[in-house]
Design a protein around this ligand. Structure first.
Ligand code: NAD
Ligand code: WQD
Length: 332
């Protein structure tokens, strides 16, 4: 079976490519390298011993998407490609709507033309917005995200739902990721943030390796175990495995949370990271970050019951592999 993986040189995409290759799928990657590097392909080869066909195409160019499908026999698509920085999206909303939505429209238009009707889409827990009941289940009412990035995820979910309504011969799975962290055990692939990291784990990594002086903890007056924000962190390799589960059960329209079901506070993450890696993470309590919610964690039950998804890596493993990758790759 040949799977087209869009955004396959990116953070989650590259780990999923490894998972697919290890399970004997044929993989074709398309990525415009706007947020990843070509050397990821060599690293994938080092890990799996398998070569992947790669196209440096922008999915916003429909003629290139056409060419891709004309040149390859594709059975299914896993669609990771997109811009993902929440803060940047508030400053460049048009770029985010243009890139994320147009790339998806081009993709599904060309898929339809070629009668390829199987797609897995990278959605996000951000589509739930602020909830007051936990754990979050897929059936909960969605609250419109406050930033353009999150809105692109919600709008694309709606586009794909409408597509299915119009033609139920499509097989569409929407995967709502919680907070992916960690890296492949080899330390060869992982998350490489651009500039000052927005997300917690990449920031902690840079404090650990001396690139940044201290972590700013955004708020300690939330209604949580220690006042700091609680999230459902999931190891990126478990997340990658979730795509394999989804692909094996791709039938009809389905939505699954990919999270562990455990919520950890910012300070719990800091403590685990310090303990596991034997490093000190200096931090300072700072004001709340605009748009943040206090708590967010998943019910992973539906994914477990219906597609056999289960996480096997704990928080210690997430912290260990994050630091391992950082030391090897993101040099001072
Ligand atoms: P990433 O930036 O590492 O990977 C995305 C890849 O898409 C990059 O390699 C980038 O070059 C490519 N890309 C972007 N626009 C493109 C275009 N028009 N044409 C071709 N390639 C393009 O991001 P990631 O963390 O691996 O996230 C993958 C997907 O998962 C994204 O859709 C993201 O929104 C979603 N997601 C990520 C998180 C997270 O915390 N990392 C959480 C929830 C959902
Ligand atoms: C986690 C916790 C922060 C940085 C974002 C997106 C979401 C999804 C995943 C794509 C929060 C705190 C953080 C720092 C801190 N991405 N924090 N100091 O905000 O849960 O989710 O990434 O879909 O859409 O919104 O993740 O890692 O930024 O924050 O104290 O320097 O860490 O306040 O409580 P978030 P995060």
């Amino acid at each position: 079976m040949a799977v087209l993986i869009t955004g396959g040189t990116g953070y989650i995409g590259s780990h999923t490519v490894v998972e697919m290759l290890n399970n004997d799928y044929e993989v074709i990657i398309v990525d415009n390298l706007s947020n990843s590097k070509i050397d990821v392909l060599d690293k994938i080869y080092k890990i799996t011993g398998k070569k992947v066909k790669f196209y440096q195409y922008d999915l916003c160019d429909e003629t290139l998407v056409d060419k891709l499908f004309n040149e390859n026999k594709i059975d299914a698509v896993i669609h990771f490609a997109g811009l993902k920085a929440v803060g940047e999206s508030t400053m460049k909303p048009i770029e985010y709507y243009y890139n994320n939505i147009l790339s998806t429209l081009n993709l599904i238009k060309v898929m339809k033309k070629n009668d390829v009707k199987k797609i897995i889409f990278s959605s996000s827990a951000t589509v739930y917005g602020k909830q007051d009941k936990f754990p979050i289940e897929e059936g909960f009412k969605l609250n419109e995200p406050t930033n353009p990035y999150g809105k692109t995820k919600l709008y694309i979910e709606n586009i794909l739902k409408d597509l299915y309504k119009s033609d139920s011969s499509w097989d569409i799975t929407l995967l709502r990721y919680f907070n992916p962290i960690g890296a492949h055990e080899s330390g060869l692939i992982g998350e490489v943030p651009n500039g000052i990291p927005n997300n917690l784990m990449p920031y902690i990594n840079q404090v650990a390796t001396g690139k940044r002086e201290k972590l700013f903890v955004f708020g300690n007056d939330y209604d949580t175990v220690d006042g700091t924000g609680v999230r459902d962190y999931i190891h990126v390799c478990d997340l990658a495995y979730g795509h394999l589960c989804a692909l094996k059960h791709l039938k009809g329209l389905n939505i699954y949370n990919l999270g562990t079901g455990n919520g950890y506070s910012v300070l719990e993450i800091v403590k685990a990271y310090e303990r596991v890696n034997n490093v000190k993470i200096k931090y300072e309590i700072a004001p709340r970050r605009e748009g943040d919610i206090d708590t967010c964690y998943a019910s992973p039950k539906k994914a477990e019951d219906e597609i056999g998804f289960k996480c096997t890596r704990d928080l210690d493993e997430m912290c260990r592999s994050s630091y391992n990758f950082e030391k090897k790759n993101n040099k001072l």
